[in-house]
Design a protein around this ligand. Structure first.
Ligand code: PGA
Length: 242
């Protein structure tokens, strides 16, 4: 059985002053069985690890290099993320694919590095608005899934996040039917049927419960609404109740 996961992606947000939000999350009731995850900027991983130690809140990185160390100025390796206290790493987020030209084959190589370092890879897939309008959503998403998931990926080391590019940070979400269509197709296509499938893109306290009620949605990857513990806490509670 896939397990439920509420994952927060802080993106390039968060200073030491914001560590208070993590203190608040740690003080909340433990959420669903796979827990609660915060992926802060790399600068906050170590201080967050100290705060979250022994709690239900787990930590993750937002990207990693394919190598474990070496001459790659500005990059961070999966080994370093694990060393700083991460258990997960987000890979192939659409902002990485768009801003850094990451192709699916590159994402798969990063996922391999994550697995080698003992991290769980959260591999993101999702169509642009133009691709959806052209009726190519399933084709695009399934091709990204296939190209970004390395050999050896299984329910214990990989999570898939469906994030329509046009829904990220826009306040727009697909209809429940559209989310269900993609998640059903992903469930049939993943190499291990037990993999958790997250939905991401403008998840808020107000829409979380109806999204989590869908059959093949096992949680969410949350951007903006994960920055404040009160909002993320409401989303975690909705997942717990689903
Ligand atoms: P959002 O971002 O919740 O702010 O739309 C989601 C994401 O990019 O993971």
């Amino acid at each position: 059985m896939p397990c439920k996961l509420a994952a927060g992606n802080w993106k390039m947000n968060g200073l030491r002053a914001d560590l208070d939000e993590l203190h608040k999350l740690v003080a909340m009731q433990p959420g669903p069985e796979c827990g609660v995850l915060i992926c802060p900027p790399a600068t906050l991983l170590a201080p967050m690890a100290a705060i979250a130690e022994g709690s239900h809140v787990q930590l993750g990185g937002q990207d990693c290099h394919t190598d474990s160390s070496g001459a790659h100025t500005g990059d961070i390796s999966a080994t370093m993320l694990a060393d700083a206290g991460a258990r997960y790493v987000i890979l192939g987020h659409s902002e990485r694919r768009a801003d850094h030209g990451e192709a699916s084959s590159h994402v798969a190589a990063k996922a391999r590095a994550a697995h080698t370092a003992g991290l769980i890879a959260i591999i993101c897939v999702g169509e642009t608005e133009a691709e959806r309008d052209a009726g190519r959503t399933l084709e695009v998403v399934l091709a990204q899934l296939q190209g970004s998931t390395p050999d050896g990926a299984n329910a214990a080391n990989t999570v898939i996040a469906y994030e329509p590019v046009w829904a990220i940070g826009t306040g727009r979400t697909p209809t429940l039917e559209q989310i269900a269509e993609v998640h059903d197709a992903l469930r049939a296509a993943v190499p291990d049927a037990g993999m958790s499938l997250l939905y991401g893109g403008s998840v808020k306290p107000g829409n979380a419960a109806e999204i989590f009620a869908l059959d093949n949605v096992d949680g969410a990857l949350v951007g903006g609404a994960s920055l404040k513990a009160v909002d993320f806490g409401a989303i975690i509670a909705a997942l717990d109740a689903a």
